[in-house]
Ligand binder design. Structure first.
Ligand code: MBD
Ligand code: FE
Length: 282
């Protein structure tokens, strides 16, 4: 990896902190009792680890320095989304009957440009990679079409970079909101994303190197699918044959979320169909 690429990766981790502050609400309507329970359990888990693993003062101070650096590097969203969000998602979506969700990750942006299906995501004239036609239908759990369902898509480019988080990429590159037709059908033309390495040059990368782990996520499309009176689903789709499908650093792959695209008959890249099933609003 070149120095320039590493600098770009660090900016991506920190950019997620700025976007989180702009776009997300970060107060929870949680009782004092519940704060005490949750914080108490987290603190106990840390203490148990120290006692059981005989953590030394050197290791304790290395931890302190590292935690300070996570904040300085702006990598708390990255750290949490990679190593914790999958459990939050599991709890949040435990009672759904429709399509599987998975983590949102740090690079979602609201208000991406909207288009009617069939749509082509905004991309550069010379956008690198293999064209991908992603299509399907959005229905309810009874199998009825949901006309006008909205499919928000965002993903990395062929080099593994996200627009607005890595410099030099047009603002809404490979991001869009596609409105399905009268029968809930949608078609989106995009580019096949590449496997993605989380930034390796900040605090998260330091931990990965120190622990001898790898930094890879399988190639993925991020999606938010919604329709009136139905629960929005946040999910990701992966690609069969990608070695990191079985070894995702973010633990966000589910077997139902792995696509198997085929070559298109017209010879222009690949295509795949995936149907979304939305749960009713409760
Ligand atoms: C990503 O693109 C991502 O999806 C997650 C979960 C974490 C870091 C980067
Ligand atoms: Fe991602």
């Amino acid at each position: 990896m070149t120095t320039e690429t590493q600098a770009t990766a660090a900016a991506s981790g920190a950019g997620a902190t700025a976007r989180f502050r702009e776009n997300k609400q970060f107060t929870a309507n949680t009782s004092q009792e519940r704060v005490s329970t949750i914080a108490g359990r987290v603190i106990k888990a840390i203490n148990d680890t120290v006692l059981e693993e005989h953590v030394s003062y050197d290791e304790y101070n290395a931890l302190k320095a590292w935690l300070i650096k996570v904040g300085e590097d702006g990598e708390w969203p990255l750290f949490l989304d990679v190593w914790v969000e999958h459990s939050v998602e599991e709890v949040a979506n435990a009672n759904r009957h429709g399509s599987k969700g998975t983590i949102e990750g740090p690079y979602y942006l609201p208000n991406s440009p909207e288009q009617n299906s069939p749509a082509t995501l905004p991309m550069r004239d010379d956008e690198p990679g293999t064209p991908l036609l992603f299509q399907g239908q959005v229905t309810n759990v009874a199998g009825q079409a949901l006309p006008g369902a909205k499919i928000e898509i965002w993903h990395a480019d062929d080099l593994g970079f996200y627009s607005q988080f890595a410099p030099g990429i047009p603002e809404w590159n490979l991001r869009g909101a596609v409105v399905a037709d009268q029968d809930g059908n949608f078609q989106v033309h995009t580019m096949q994303p590449a496997p993605y390495q989380i930034p390796t040059d900040g605090a998260c990368g330091q931990l990965i190197a120190a622990a001898g782990w790898h930094a890879w996520r399988p190639a993925h499309l991020h999606l938010k699918v919604s329709a009136p009176e139905h629960q929005l689903i946040t999910t990701q789709l992966y690609f069969e044959g990608d070695e990191h499908v079985a070894d995702d650093i973010a633990s966000a792959v589910k077997p139902e979320l792995v696509l198997a695209p085929t070559d298109r008959a017209d010879g222009i890249g690949r295509e795949v169909t995936y149907n979304f099933v939305l749960d009713p609003q409760d």
